[in-house]
Design a protein. Structure first.
Length: 203
């Protein structure tokens, strides 16, 4: 998993409450178990007409936000069914950080497991960031996980808190497999012990 340390990029404003996982990545795209290719269908029903044409006024179709790396959302982002394809689609599009007043629990947890930083801030702070994000591609935000700080385009800083264990995992690019592999020496030592004391288990 790619570590998340410090990110500077464009933030796309999405002032919608209760954006569920079916809006993030509709059900017809859940057939794959690959994490690639889903970015093209992120917010599919809001980005495209039924015949596949782009909806020009949707934020991620506007030239200023086509390469956005931060998404500023509203309350209860990621609600609905517990599909891991939702953070996969965000990440494949290029979104590494989502800022909102609140998240659905399962989506929030899935973000950390896939290298996305979800940040919860008070509504008034999110609204202030949203307003600045609406300035377009000239409005670049810096998200510093090590410092626990967001710097807005106008220089205003907002502090945020992340659970220390999750912070450690993101900073070091550790998903569940990576966490296990940190204990590889102990695992190998245990396996060697089993081979010598109970060889019938591995024969």
């Amino acid at each position: 998993m790619q570590p998340f340390t410090k990110l500077t990029g464009v933030a796309a404003p999405l002032p919608m409450i209760n954006v569920d996982t079916d809006k993030i990545i509709p059900k017809q795209f859940l057939k794959t178990i690959k994490r690639t290719g889903l970015g093209a269908h992120l917010f599919n029903d809001m980005r495209y007409t039924p015949d596949g044409a782009e909806i020009s006024d949707f934020v991620l179709n506007r030239p200023a936000y086509r390469s956005a790396e931060v998404l500023i959302a509203d309350d209860n982002f990621g609600c609905g069914s517990s599909r891991e394809h939702a953070p996969w689609a965000l990440l494949d599009f290029g979104i590494r950080c989502v800022i909102a007043p609140s998240f659905a629990d399962i989506f929030y947890n899935n973000c950390f497991k896939n290298g996305i930083l979800p940040i919860t801030l008070p509504k008034e702070q999110v609204d202030a960031l949203m307003e600045q994000a609406e300035q377009g591609s000239n409005a670049r935000f810096t998200v510093d996980l090590a410092a626990g700080e967001i710097t807005a385009p106008d220089g205003t800083s907002f502090a945020f808190e992340i659970d220390p264990f999750r912070r450690h995992c993101l900073l070091n690019g550790l998903d569940d497999v990576g966490l296990t592999m940190e204990k590889s020496a102990k695992i190998e030592s245990y396996e060697d012990s089993q081979k010598s004391t109970q060889p019938w288990l591995v024969s």
